[in-house]
Design a protein around this ligand. Structure first.
Ligand code: UD1
Ligand code: UDP
Length: 372
């Protein structure tokens, strides 16, 4: 096929913290192809520690367009992204829109593009928790349904898409770009990076648990925050807990008494390299994050996920993850502490989580645009 006279324009939409480590390797790999790229930030996340720090650390280009939509209810936020993006797409007329993960910005961008008959590529397609009370599950289902290219991180995601009846020709198992980012930066990880953070290292050395919580099902309702805080306190009875806290959980968990245990150090959200350094040095990680389940698998750090289900079961079958209830958390931590950290390289990692997902995705996109 001959190369078009004007290089096709790929428009990437990002908006929230987990989007950035997924998009960085894709944008980088596409620089090797004859395409033009435009990066749009919706502004869903706007605090420096949830957004700007990733641009500084991951080599992501500064956004060409920042929509600045900010926070709001699901409908308000999704609608604001849609209205603003419709103008951007009309102005730039991209050949394809690339969306990442499962946040509100993802589904909003996919909807606008589909209505304008612009092909949509979804990076991280096919993940399913089976739990539609999670806003992300609704976003995943809708985004996959209207996307033209489905780029999957694992075989179970491909199987979900096949089961849902999508055209198999649109599905590509490409591996996990989030792991490209981990592997690209692993040599920069260093517990010394976090030593300056309020003496955390002195308090926590040699063993500590790193924790993150921000899912609505854990942090929004007092009926959930009370038992969650009790569970974290029970962990802190055994081992220091370092908890960089997403703004979503801050007020509710504080009201539920989180800070009333001297063994818990609550921090602002950390930058990517600080956070992964904290994870790498931890005896175990306790989390309800999606991405952190994957990163702990890549780094071989035991992960206890405070959720009833996961859209990333491959991190259990071929990784270091395990689902736990709040009631069982302290016992599970004590078991992990007794076992000690697994020897480096001794835990499994899913196929194609090898640092080369970005180039694979770029090839699929370039081929689809007739320049690969
Ligand atoms: C969003 C994603 C979630 C992802 C999380 C990653 C959806 C539906 N949810 O959840 O999948 O795991 O991001 O971090 O898209 N806030 C700030 N500063 C900011 C951004 C938000 O203080 O820069 C506060 C605001 O009070 C806001 C609240 O956090 O109302 C929630 O933000 P929002 O983007 O709506 O959802 P997240 O809980 O961050
Ligand atoms: N992360 C970070 N600082 C923190 C907590 C998380 O940089 O204090 C990173 C983490 O390494 C991963 C991403 O944020 O790359 C995951 O985002 P989050 O947990 O907010 O969203 P989810 O993956 O649950 O959608």
């Amino acid at each position: 096929m001959s190369t078009p006279a004007v290089a096709p324009l790929l428009l990437h939409v990002v908006g929230a913290r987990p989007n950035f480590p997924k998009a960085a390797p894709v944008l980088a790999a596409l620089r090797e192809h004859p395409v033009r790229q435009l990066l749009v930030h919706t502004g869903q996340h706007y605090d420096a520690q949830l957004s700007e720090v990733f641009f500084d650390e991951l080599g992501l280009p500064r956004p060409d367009v920042d929509l600045g939509v900010g926070s709001g209810s699901h409908a308000t936020q999704t609608a604001a992204v849609m209205v603003a993006l419709e103008q951007v797409f009309a102005e730039h007329r991209p050949s394809m829109v690339v969306v990442y993960g499962d946040v509100n910005s993802t589904v909003a961008a996919a909807l606008v593009a589909a209505k304008l008959h612009i092909p949509v590529a979804h990076v991280e397609a096919g993940l399913r928790s089976g739990d539609r009370t999670m806003p992300e599950e609704v976003n995943r289902l809708v985004t996959d349904r209207i996307s033209d290219l489905l780029l999957a991180t694992s075989a179970d995601a491909v199987a979900h898409l096949h089961r849902e009846g999508v055209d198999p020709a649109t599905v590509h198992l490409v591996g996990n770009p989030m792991i490209d980012t981990v592997l690209r930066h692993v040599h920069q990880l260093d517990p010394a990076r976090i030593a300056t953070l309020r003496g955390v290292l002195e308090q926590t050395d040699p063993r500590y648990v790193a924790a993150t919580v921000h899912r609505p099902g854990n942090v929004d309702d007092p009926d959930d925050t009370r038992p969650l805080v009790a569970a974290l306190h029970a962990v802190a009875d055994q081992v220091p807990v370092v908890l960089p806290l997403h703004p979503r959980g801050r007020a509710g968990l504080t009201r539920a008494g989180l800070l009333e245990h001297g063994g818990i150090t609550v921090l602002e959200p950390l930058g990517y390299l600080d956070f992964l350094s904290l994870v790498q040095g931890a005896a175990a990680v306790v989390t309800d994050s999606g991405g952190v389940q994957e990163e702990t698998t890549a780094l071989g750090v035991p992960c206890l996920t405070l959720r009833p289900s996961t859209e990333r079961p491959v991190t259990i079958s071929e990784g270091t993850n395990r689902l736990v209830t709040r009631e069982r958390l302290a016992d599970e931590v004590s078991r992990v502490l007794a076992d000690g950290r697994p020897a480096p390289g001794s835990t499994p990692v899913p196929p194609l989580w090898d640092g080369h997902a970005g180039p694979r995705i770029a090839e699929v996109l370039a081929r689809a645009l007739g320049v690969g």
